[in-house]
Structure formats: structure tokens, C-alpha cells
Design a protein around this ligand. Structure first.
Ligand code: DGL
Length: 274
């Protein structure tokens, strides 16, 4: 039986905020991270484009020996995951799995709210897909879900402007718009893996009664549970504590930015997908 690393994919750097927590909770496994930085951001792209790009990256990670891949990107989870699970994986040989970040978040978020009103902040693509309201309704039909697309937030984070006064303007604008949708929102999900870098600014404009949820811990916990429930997949995941990072863009730029998301220095390799 051929073992390999757990693949972790994002359009760019955001998935590193998830990988950071996954590594903290499950340090023994090997991880192979792929950031499609050359084509990021995905947030404003069409369904077909996000699906096509995500499938290319997933296929690449499979070709590197991964059997289990986490789409650590809400946009890819919203727009590509279901098609990959239903149409592509059944045609592939071997025991291969792809998991997303929306379902694990939806499964627990209803337990966090007292007012039964939740806010979701995400990319335009994630919000337009309706994935959060649909998934949350399955587990918590009595919970109201209010969404706000924040198309400027990923560019602010990717361009290192998340601490700037310009970021304050856009953070405040989208929080106000979200909270205008319901004054009873008491729990807000950062439904984009880039957004934890803006958490400091977001908290500045939020009442302390409102809980702000990032996905890293949620996804790490859900992965641990998944591996316990699926020993046949767990057995395919190698455990030497290794981490490798791949980018479709410049290594220098990736290494410079990635450490802010991952919390420690990162050495990367460049890959071409075609
Ligand atoms: N990090 C991705 C997410 O969680 C989005 C970034 C992008 O727009 O490419 O949705």
C-alpha cells in the first residue's frame, strides 16, 4: 500500500491559516500544500473556471501521492467540491478523497449562536453559491443565515495591506452592511481562509458580544474526526512530520508572504500545472 502526504489546497495563501491549525492538532502526518498563486484570487471567477482550476490542482496533488486532499478554500469548496466528488473521483482509480471547509463549519456553527442569527463573510463566489445557507439549514433549520460578500478583502490580504488604513475602510463597510441585515447576529463566520489576517481589524469594529469564528481549528478538528472514522483512508496517509509547500507563482514572493499566514518560515517549490 502506497502512503503519501495529506494534500492541502488553496487559491493562494489563505489555506495556510487552516494548515497551521491542522499541523498543530495533527503534527505527525505529512502535508503537501499547493497555492495556485499565479491564478489567485478565485473569489470573483465563474463556477466553470473555479472548477477547472481546482480540478487541475487536485489532480496534481493526487499525482504527487496524496490520497486525501483538503480544499482549504471556501470558494473552491463552494464551487468545485461537489462536482469533483460526484463526477471526477468515481472515475479515478484507488481510494481517493477530497474534503472541503464549508461542511465542517456548517455542522457546528448553529451550536455557537444564542440569537439563532449567523453572519457569513466570504468572497463573492462563496456568497453567490449559497453554500453556507444551504449547508447550515441542513443541520440547524431554525437558524437564520445572513451573508456579505467582501470582494476587496482578499486583495488587501494578498497585497500585504491588511494592516493599513485602507483596510479599515473596507472592513468597516462590510461589517456594517452585514449587521444591517439583522441586528440580532451574534456569531460571524470568517468564510474565507484569507480573512483571519484581518481578524484584529474586524474585532475593532465588532461589539464584544459577537463571536468571530475562524475555520482553522474547526477544520483541524473535523479532519481528526474523519481520520478516526475512516481507517482505510488514514492508513494511506504517511506520518513523518514533513511539510512541503508548492506554488504556481514565484517562490520568492510565496516565501515572503506565506510565513505571515503559516506563522513560521516556509520554503517553497515552484510547479507548472500544464
Ligand atoms: N481563500 C479563499 C477562500 O477561502 C479565497 C481566496 C480567493 O478569492 O482566491 O474562499
Amino acid at each position: 500500500m502506497q502512503q503519501g502526504p495529506i494534500g492541502v489546497f488553496d487559491s493562494g495563501y489563505g489555506g495556510l491559516t487552516v494548515l497551521k491549525e491542522v499541523v498543530r492538532q495533527l503534527p505527525d502526518y505529512d502535508y503537501l500544500y499547493l497555492g495556485d498563486n499565479a491564478r489567485a484570487p478565485y473569489g470573483t471567477r465563474s463556477f466553470e473556471t473555479v472548477y477547472h482550476y481546482t480540478l487541475e490542482c487536485v489532480n496534481y496533488l493526487f499525482s504527487q501521492g496524496c490520497s486525501l486532499i483538503i480544499l482549504a478554500c471556501n470558494t473552491a469548496s463552494a464551487k468545485a467540491l461537489r462536482s469533483i466528488q460526484q463526477n471526477d473521483l468515481p472515475k479515478m482509480t484507488g481510494n481517493k478523497r477530497v474534503l472541503g471547509v464549508i461542511r465542517p463549519t456548517a455542522e457546528i456553527v448553529g451550536n455557537m449562536t444564542r440569537s439563532k442569527q449567523i453572519g457569513i463573510l466570504g468572497t463573492a463566489g462563496t456568497v453567490a453559491s449559497g453554500s453556507y445557507p444551504i449547508e447550515i439549514q441542513k443541520y440547524f433549520p431554525q437558524v437564520g443565515v445572513h451573508q456579505e460578500a467582501c470582494p476587496m478583502w482578499v486583495p488587501l490580504v494578498e497585497n500585504d495591506e491588511y494592516d493599513s488604513p485602507g483596510a479599515d475602510y473596507f472592513v468597516k463597510q462590510h461589517l456594517e452592511r452585514l449587521l444591517n441585515k439583522s441586528s440580532e447576529i451574534d456569531t460571524i463566520v470568517l468564510g474565507c481562509t484569507h480573512y483571519p489576517l484581518l481578524a484584529g481589524k474586524i474585532l475593532k469594529y465588532l461589539s464584544p458580544d459577537i463571536k468571530l469564528l475562524s475555520q482553522g481549528e474547526i477544520v483541524a478538528h473535523s479532519l481528526s474526526d474523519y481520520l478516526n472514522r475512516h481507517p482505510e483512508i488514514e492508513a494511506l496517509c504517511s506520518r513523518h512530520g514533513q511539510r512541503h509547500f508548492l506554488t504556481t507563482d514565484s517562490i520568492e514572493v510565496f516565501e515572503k508572504h506565506a510565513s505571515r499566514f503559516f506563522g513560521k518560515p516556509v520554503r517553497a517549490e515552484h510547479i507548472d500545472l500544464v
